[in-house]
Design a protein around this ligand. Sequence first.
Ligand code: SF4
Length: 365
Amino acid sequence: MKITFPHMGTSWIGFKSLLEGMGHEVVLPPPPTKQTLDLGTKYAPEFACLPFKVLLGTYLEAIEMGADTIVSSGGVGPCRAGYYTQVQKRILQEQLGYDVRVITFEPLRRNWVGTYRILRDLVQVSLREFLSLTWLTWQKLLALDAIERESHRVRPLERDTGATSRLVAQAFTDIDKANTVREVKDVTKDNLEKMKNIPQDIERQPLKVGVIGEIYVVLEPFVNLDVVETLGHMGVYVDRSIFLTDWTIENTILDAFRVEGEMNIKEAARPYLPELIGGHGQNSIGETVLYAKRGFDGVIQLAPFTCIPEIVAKSIVPKVSEDHNMPVLTLMLDEQTGKAGISTRLEAFVDLLAMRRARLRGETA
Ligand code: SF4
């Protein structure tokens, strides 16, 4: 099998390690580009949301590179993501005639048997080796998240613009090359140490902004047009509401055992949106409330165009914003959105937050 999978942020480093370790040839999904999106948009239903289009484009590129199997995830609940792989499979096989196999992992709590069958088919090593590979993959994902978290803290303070991003790129390469848990821990420690030593202006008091929204657009920099890095270079500390390891614990591991996760977020959202509406709609509301309580200066909501959960959240956000005196900027993202336009809107929002902070502190901006 020549396997590929969705490209979402840095997660490819973990999945590549897992699938290669299991004895498969991996066709790395290329990082999405404008061409990927154009390709996906060409064959996607008109009102499909942005992640659908980018993923379809990615699969088409990976198939051209030789992939014959796609491993992806499904889902249940009000969001359309649950049937997206089925639609993509039809487009690839029936409409475009590709001889490609599509393997879909459904949520564990509903499909222990199906998951077991898929794993039995995919895993070509002993159980012991598989468990140790899974542990190595998990350590890589934790390491990637740790590097990104630290970069969000250091970037707004760096004296040499770009120094943090350069180090982050090197850290990702090191984690990708690491073959054992020990190596993963060593390179992570080494790179975190180097990041701490990047010359920083510790007198700066960066504005603090929370980034919320749908998981794919929050985690994939191409789709969100590098919002996190751009804000960092504007001297803003960003708290990204979603990291893959946290999400996996809450929505895969706890969910598998029917333990409800993210209770604090759901509790905070309850006065405005007591129901789960799919995707991250309810989270976007709860997280806005929590960022206000944590004293953040503002919140940026990333919403794919036609994403119903985020559209619902967007309609509630003004009330939350008013009640908690929390400025919120919603960025609707689609194939027409350009980086220059986003940067201009971010600059204006950051100026507004700076003036607001100065006013609240009784300073002149
Ligand atoms: S949450 Fe929104 S963007 Fe994500 S798959 Fe569902 S509808 Fe699409």
